[in-house]
Design a protein around this ligand. Structure first.
Ligand code: CP
Ligand code: NVA
Length: 309
């Protein structure tokens, strides 16, 4: 059976620690401009049904840096956007390339794609989960705080694909996570059940609250994301009204530890989910976080292609 990377829930804590270690090695080699081309001859197909800056660039440039290549396929330009089924697209694209990443809407669309693909598939964001971002986030936390155990992460804002991803990551890795959302912007119920189940094994402490101050109190990491995700444009006004008390601003961050770090998957909307005095402060690590997407994703590609040894 072909291995894919669709969710952290399919990985163990040791798998993730291994990928973080590998990300560090890749970063060192790329930064030192060492001749390192383990992906020679490997072509990544990149299917985007939604927009992207970071994911596209980090995958495409990363593949090229390690000797491989990447082909960008916007659903607007391929037959997928004209009604060819996801199953047929998977069958065909996987005949041309060695590995595929896809950014799409419903998570089931990704699962169907992976089922019919004859090569490994990577989740590059669905409405439910964004595991590539989470791997880069954990790598960034390890770099900045020197550890990923004994940390408290506070996620404040919309209960979206990033909040869901944090829940699964906490469940697998065993750290403490507090998620503050309004009741009407809650996280996915199945994901929460899964995270709680995983937490029984890992010892993770998962708290769901409507109170942003409770979530942020004594946090090592404060995380937020846009209030209306891609595909939710028509809910924008309603969501903004509900989420206004959840803005990460100078007042809220006072409740965190003195040396907290601020993270955001980006794109950010200053004055909405975060204020400029927070995202542009010394606590913010968002630019390193964005850069780290490259190394984390390359670790996944190397592992799935068996080029990591
Ligand atoms: N964080 C992230 O995935 O950004 P893009 O939407 O720009 O790829
Ligand atoms: N929650 C956001 C993340 C973007 C990287 C979205 O899905 O649009």
């Amino acid at each position: 059976m072909v291995s894919h990377c669709l969710t952290f829930a399919d990985l163990t804590r040791d798998d993730i620690l291994y990928l973080l270690d590998l990300s560090g090695k890749i970063k060192e080699k790329i930064k030192s401009r060492e001749e390192y081309k383990p992906l020679k001859g490997v072509i990544l197909g990149m299917i985007f049904e939604k927009s992207s800056t970071r994911t596209r660039l980090s995958f495409e440039a990363g593949m090229k840096r390690l000797g491989g290549d990447a082909i960008f396929l916007s659903s607007r330009d391929i037959q997928l956007g004209m009604g060819e089924t996801i199953e047929d697209t998977a069958r065909v694209v996987s005949r041309y390339v060695d590995i595929i990443m896809i950014r799409t809407f419903e998570h089931s669309r990704l699962e169907r794609f992976a089922h019919y693909s004859s090569v490994p598939v990577i989740n590059a964001l669905t409405d439910l989960l964004h595991p590539c971002q989470l791997l880069a986030d954990l790598f960034t936390i390890k770099e900045k705080l020197g550890r990923i155990d004994d940390i408290k992460v506070a996620y404040v804002g919309d209960g979206n694909n990033m909040a869901n991803s944090w829940l699964i990551a906490a469940g697998v890795m065993g750290f403490s996570l507090s998620v503050a959302t309004p009741k009407d912007c809650a996280v996915n119920g199945h994901i929460l059940d899964k995270a709680k189940d995983l937490a029984k094994g890992s010892g993770a402490r998962i708290v769901i609250t409507e109170d942003p101050i409770e979530a942020v109190r004594d946090a090592d990491v404060i995380y937020t994301d846009v209030w209306a995700s891609m595909g939710q444009e028509e809910q924008k006004e309603k969501k903004h009204a509900l989420l206004r008390p959840y803005q990460v601003n100078g007042e809220l961050v006072k409740y965190a530890k003195d040396n907290f770090i601020f993270m955001h998957c980006l794109p950010a909307h200053r004055g909405e989910e975060v204020t400029g005095d927070v995202i542009d402060s010394d606590h913010s690590v968002v630019w390193d976080e964005a850069e780290n997407r490259t190394y984390a994703q390359l670790a996944v590609v190397l592992k799935l292609m068996g080029r990591d040894k």
